[in-house]
Design a binder for this molecule. Sequence first.
Ligand code: NAD
Length: 530
Amino acid sequence: MTRVDSELILPAAKQTEGHYNPVIVDVDDEPKREERPVEEVLESARNAFKSGKTRPLKFRTEQLKALERFLVECEDEIGKALYEDLRKHRQEMTMGELVLLMHDLRHTLFELPRWIKPASPERRLINLLDGVHVYNDPYGVVLIMGAWNYPFMLLLGPLIGAIAGGNCVILKPSELAPQSAKVIAKHIPRYLDKACFHVVTGGVDETTELLKNRFDYIFFTGSTNVGKIVHQAAAKFLTPTTLELGGKSPVYLDDSVDMMKATRRILWGKCFNAGQTCISPDYLLCSKETEEKFLACARQIVTQFYGEDVKVTPHLSKILTERHYNRLMAFIQSSNAAIGGAGDPRERIISPTVLTGVKAEDSVMQEEIFGPILPIITVNSAQEAVDFINKREKPLALYVFSKRKNVQDLFLNGTSSGAVTINDTIMHILTEGLPFGGVGSSGMGSYHGKQGFDTFTHKKSVLVRGIGMIGEVSVMVRYPPYSNFKANLLSFALKKRRGISFRVVKTLLVFGLGVGFAYGLQYLCKKGEE
Ligand code: NAD
């Protein structure tokens, strides 16, 4: 356990049920909603950015530390909001929201002084006397839109990268997790700089209005369909965009792995946040024989995880709304539930469900499931599974359970997805150093750690040339009148060479000059003595 984790442990009294008392923010404590028109909010952010206050390392560090304080000091309120919105267990809140954010914050705070410095790429002969730099330039005013399933992590995660990059930010929490949106709207202006960071709440209409404006960067998390709308709106101003979208993330399972362990890992991934996770394993591909073994293990594991009656378990989140619940129950009703299949419409709880006999053309295979339902599609070989995946849109995540290196390689080299995890589910999102993002219809761009900083900074090329006598002599060759001699000299100077580092050449040059100077001085002294 890291220091970050231990700081998140709550006093015992709060932990008794693993849940928070579902009393939410007092009415009197209603957040001050952004009353001003969006244009005014944007203007204020734009002016703050133009003032240059977001650029110094000190300001960025202070804001990141303030965000960290918000997460620590308001953990109770965050927990209550997540309980109200999704009935999230404290352990899922810790793992799915806070640990990730705290880790990213700490990592960014430690590394930012290094990241912020301009990079100095290797120089060619022709640039030997020049300054060659890549500046990490903030974009300006950034719009970040989050989804409801991890209302804090999906909004504040990108915010870390945006602050680190030196931007001003308009945050738009999802209207479908209203209590979480309230906590964000209430506290972000309290903890962060009011001129630079704003929260705009609302639903589809407000988002549509927001998107009519010009931003310097848009970071959107949500469905592929809305991602297309956002991308179209961004295209009007050629605004660079990161789209963190969804889709169907497949799992392939063969008989080379310990079936109990593999099933536990698959079902944990499927049922985390009741399957309402963008990288939740969506469907399972395996042979008929493996399916039988998987089902036998799955029956035991569901009971181990949630007991006999999932309605009373505090360990399973609820389904967001009645509409989402009905959509999921329709999948179950049109298929054969080998495990589970029950639902409680009042509590909006659906028991972990495994569907068998599923065909590619069934409704459950036409869209992202986003619930605790796992359809199994039987295949005769790993290659058939690869072909099945490749006939569909590129997934956000792909999970392969096999000890066989050739099977692992078949999926790694034969498919395209945002990420691949071998022999586990979901865990790549918690792994430091791995960028998080999709490809094709599961998204574009990525974030987390250094990748978040890079996403929110434009890599500005900077060349600094001397304009003195030596500088001018070194570039004279490019000017007309042209000649073959000049052309050959230029191609020699511009030619890319392997293995010669011009840093070494420069050092040797300086060393040579030093030696020459010493010999020259010695010679002159001797002459003087004569
Ligand atoms: P969504 O796309 O329905 O909504 C996202 C936000 O977009 C909403 O809060 C709403 O304000 C806005 N919106 C909705 N319809 C709109 C419209 N017609 N015009 C303009 N704005 C509109 O997504 P969701 O239901 O909040 O989240 C679920 C989806 O998000 C799933 O597909 C899931 O896979 C994906 N997701 C992806 C990631 C990721 O990191 N890749 C993470 C979480 C969720």
